[in-house]
Design a protein around this ligand. Sequence first.
Ligand code: SF4
Length: 73
Amino acid sequence: MKVKVSVDEDLCTGCGNCYDLYPEIFEDRGDEISKVKDELGGNGAILEGELAEKAIEAAEDCPGEAIIVKIIE
Ligand code: SF4
């Protein structure tokens, strides 16, 4: 499976769940709002395998419904 992942900065509340639980995918952009890590390609990054599964879990757990995951393959 391959997914495209991004964080909608307008919906993110800065709760920190995603970058606390999945620091391999998300990071605090500097003001507690989350973003996909630059080393993965930033928002809009394409993830595969275990990272893709974790991104889906993070999206399901996000209280702001701010994590957008699109399955592309
Ligand atoms: S879990 Fe959702 S609301 Fe919380 S920091 Fe991450 S993207 Fe933002």
